[in-house]
Design a protein around this ligand. Sequence first.
Ligand SMILES: Nc1nc2c(ncn2[C@@H]2O[C@H](COP(=O)(O)OP(=O)(O)OP(=O)(O)O)[C@@H](O)[C@H]2O)c(=O)[nH]1
Ligand SMILES: [Mg+2]
Length: 472
Amino acid sequence: MQHVTDDFADKIRAYYGDPLDPLSQQFMFRRPPTIGELRRPPQVLLLGNHSSGKSTFINYLLGSEVQKTGVAPTDDSFTIITWGADRADRDGPAVVSNPDLPYEGLRHFGDQLVSHIRLKQRQADLLRTVTLIDSPGMIDEAKAEGGRGYDFPGAVRWFAERADLVIVFFDPDKPGTTGETLQVFKEALSGIDHKLLIVMNKMDQFQNLHDFARAYGALCWNLGKVTLRKDLPLIYNTFVPIAGKPASKLPVDDFDEARRGLVEELRSAPTRRLDNLITQMQTFTERLRLHAFVIDGAARKFRRIRTQWRCALLGILVAASAASVATGMLIALPGVLAVIMILTLVVELGILPRERKRLVARFDDVFERIYERELLMRDRDMDLRALWSQVHPHAREVAQKCGLQSFTRLSRSDRIKLNELIEEEIPQLRSELYGRFGSAEARGPSPQPRVAEVRVAPADRADVLVPRRRAV
Ligand SMILES: Nc1nc2c(ncn2[C@@H]2O[C@H](COP(=O)(O)OP(=O)(O)OP(=O)(O)O)[C@@H](O)[C@H]2O)c(=O)[nH]1
Ligand SMILES: [Mg+2]
């Protein structure tokens, strides 16, 4: 099993090595995942209101008191709990500056976040295959950035994008998605529904069915407002058995079953990880292709315009010189040359920079032109436009800052490589993965939509078309 997993991870790494990383650099797209990120162990992120039972659930999974628990807000840190032969605890600065760990990217969020990161190495068996990340409990009132001192939704998104499973806990006291939870759902969890599990915890606290129905209804109602899905996600109604707590007044068999299902999902994280890595590469490639095609399209147009102007200037120079020689008015030649020099300066310093700016401002037109056929197809046009809306701010920014003339031409073979990767090789890699592990295992056992089927929220709809006609 391990060597198959390594085999897939190697293949994915090889695609980033060539062609994705060089093309990404050529078009200043974005940094591909680092080796550390690609090699990272499967990760599960636990989110939820404060006191919803995240840390208690972690302790239950690991069979020991790794995390502190309590009714008041207990955790204000992201705690990475990972396997280690020796028990060790590390602080944020040591975690984010260790190149062997995949957390260097967190440095961008500033010292305040870094000081709220911990890493705990423990010997629990489950940690051999999965790393758990406990998070600060979310509070009712969304605090502005100054409240926590760092961009909390941004940090959650960072962890969530790299997690293979994100579990969001609610409890009977706070089944609503208000304040910070609402903010996190909107800003940090959109587009990752395929790996999101919702848990209604502490079911043993309900006194009767009526209370349960009210809390469950409130949760569904609130989730409906923040998730962009048409259907409601599956909700795991469960609790963690705690010695000394009063027994549940409701029958617990179903709640126990849901807990087993949840643990099962957690154990499938290693195979999910490969699926997620493939999805991550697919999204990266599709965005890179759109980014590169549009910049290259505009750069080609610019080069054509520049060549036309330069040819025109050369033509004038040749014609004027020939006329001076033919008419014997050689004395006029320096004057002609001076005029052409002025014209050249006007073109190079005035007209061409203006053209460059105009082309960048009209990236939408370039996009429409390149994909004009695909945009006529119903359904597909929405996907393509959604993808473009995510790609174009960065494409425009790099084109403005670097200038269209600075991008080397996208070669025909690179176009073919990108198209083949998206159309053939990535789907092939995914079906190979399902073939090796069995689709049920690779995609997890629950009835929720999975990675391959859903790249859900419009913000992340990446299953895009190929600009076949102009692609090669
Ligand atoms: N009855 C019952 N109590 C629970 C359950 N899970 C957790 N608790 C209790 O709820 C309280 C809060 O649990 P924690 O695990 O600390 O919650 P948390 O989500 O980590 O809270 P923060 O760290 O503040 O975000 C503790 O007193 C736990 O004993 C449960 O399933 N049933
Ligand atoms: Mg906690």
